[in-house]
Design a protein around this ligand. Structure first.
Ligand code: HEM
Length: 406
């Protein structure tokens, strides 16, 4: 169309704004909101590539639903340079299905979806409740202050992944300390690399153990399929990588957001039945996993613009989740709103496999925390809470909280 020619030729494309709003740690940066006046626009990438940025909810959804867009890492350009990562990404390692397209992706995805059963999720709900209570007991005993990240937000998802994979109780310490190093933003690259190698080795051993003696867990179930040991260990690594930091940051940042919005906090405390709705709204409002990248395999028309074969699109989850056409008054955290339809778990073929588990964890943890500590508050001024600005999973590095002892 003619508009495409004038809008793309007239101006030098912007680069992707990063960080969050300087005034509110939960809002998108003001520069991104300014770029959201159009649902799709040109974007300059870190290596000079001219690609696209989708900020509109309908455009983002259409792109994520469209198989003409690829997830293969080796086809993607990075909007911003990623420290320690080459400009041209290698293909996805074995087991990492987020970087695959159909039909390879479909085969793994079918195998995995069949294992996240209703029965297994119900079983996991009971475990989440027990772990959460244990973490809260320990927090209360050590109180009346705590780092919520260390005391609750990290351990609950880590223990749940242990359950899912069937990590034996005796191995939990080894497993969890390696996981803690991998996700420790302050640890140096060497320590993290070592911990990752150790974890992969552990996952390999675990696969062999499950083959020899299957137990009631997802990894044991999967040994009955035709997946190789290497694929199984890789899938274990993927579940860890995808399920830990995301959920931990939703729990910690979600608590921070609730503490910063006392009217919403009071509403949830007064009616724990609102937990499910509050979780959806927090997912929308916080958009911790952002952005999602795709590369066009052929020319595709979106919102009247042509995305050419080979071009990368950055789907801004946070901008789409704040699209006023989809969510009125989008910058307001409102746990009474219907926030379903947000894109925080992605959309389409790669939509989050662990979303039911993540929802259960959040719907259990938030009300339990608020019930246990009726006077819970930040232990530092809000602007002193250290934020994870440079990670593709947004959140807090620590969340110092305090309460009045009974
Ligand atoms: C995929 C977000 C928790 C496992 C995704 C994607 C997003 C996402 C946005 C799509 C990526 C893309 O399209 O390229 C989140 C958030 C979580 C969460 C915000 C927590 C609040 C979990 C948990 C697990 C998990 C707990 C596992 C137990 C996965 C897997 C994929 C995925 C395996 C890849 C699916 C595929 O490529 O087909 N997640 N996730 N996630 N997630 Fe989650």
């Amino acid at each position: 169309t003619t508009t495409e020619i004038t809008t793309t030729a007239a101006e030098e494309p912007p680069t992707l704004p990063t960080g969050r709003h300087t005034g509110c740690p939960f809002d998108p940066p003001a520069e991104l909101t300014a770029l959201s006046d159009r649902p799709l626009r040109r974007l300059r990438y870190a290596d000079g590539h001219t690609g696209h940025l989708a900020t509109g909810h309908a455009a983002a959804r259409a792109i994520l639903a469209d198989p003409r867009f690829s997830s293969r890492y080796e086809l993607l350009h990075m909007p911003v340079p990623v420290p320690g990562m080459p400009a041209e990404l290698p293909p996805a390692p074995v087991g990492d299905i987020t970087g695959l397209d159909a039909p390879e992706h479909t085969r793994y995805r079918r195998l995995l979806t069949g294992r996240f059963t209703v029965r297994r999720m119900r079983q996991l709900t009971e475990r989440v409740e027990r772990f959460t209570a244990e973490c809260l007991d320990a927090m209360e005993q050590a109180g009346p202050t705590a780092d919520l990240v260390e005391a609750l937000a990290q351990p609950v998802p880590a223990l749940m992944i242990c359950e899912l994979l069937g990590v034996p109780y005796a191995d939990r310490d080894r497993f969890q300390s390696q996981v803690a190093v991998i996700f420790d933003q302050a640890a140096d690259a060497e320590a993290r690399g070592g911990a990752y190698a150790g974890l992969l080795q552990y996952l390999n051993e675990l696969v062999l153990a499950k083959r020899a003696e299957p137990t009631d867990d997802l990894l044991s179930d999967l040994t009955a399929s035709d997946l190789t040991d290497e694929e199984l260990a890789g899938i274990g690594g993927l579940l860890l990588a995808a399920g830990l930091d995301t959920t931990a940051n939703m729990l910690a940042l979600g608590t921070f957001a609730l503490l910063s919005n006392p009217d919403q906090l009071d509403a949830l405390r007064a009616d724990p039945g609102l937990a499910g709705q509050a979780v959806e709204e927090l997912l929308r409002y916080l958009s911790v996993a952002d952005p999602i990248l795709r590369a066009a395999l052929e020319d595709v028309e979106v919102e009247g613009e042509t995305i050419r074969a080979g071009e990368t699109v950055t789907v801004s989850v946070q901008a789409a989740n704040r699209d006023p056409l989809r969510f009125p008054d989008p910058d307001r955290l409102d746990i009474h709103r219907k926030a379903t339809g947000h894109l925080s778990f992605g959309h389409g073929a790669h939509q989050c496999l662990g979303q039911q588990l993540a929802r259960v964890e959040m719907a259990v943890v938030f009300p339990a925390l608020l019930a246990r500590f009726p006077t819970l508050r930040l232990a530092v001024p809000p602007q002193e809470v250290p934020l994870r600005e440079r990670s593709n999973i947004y959140g807090v590095i620590s969340l110092p909280v305090t309460w009045d002892e009974a």
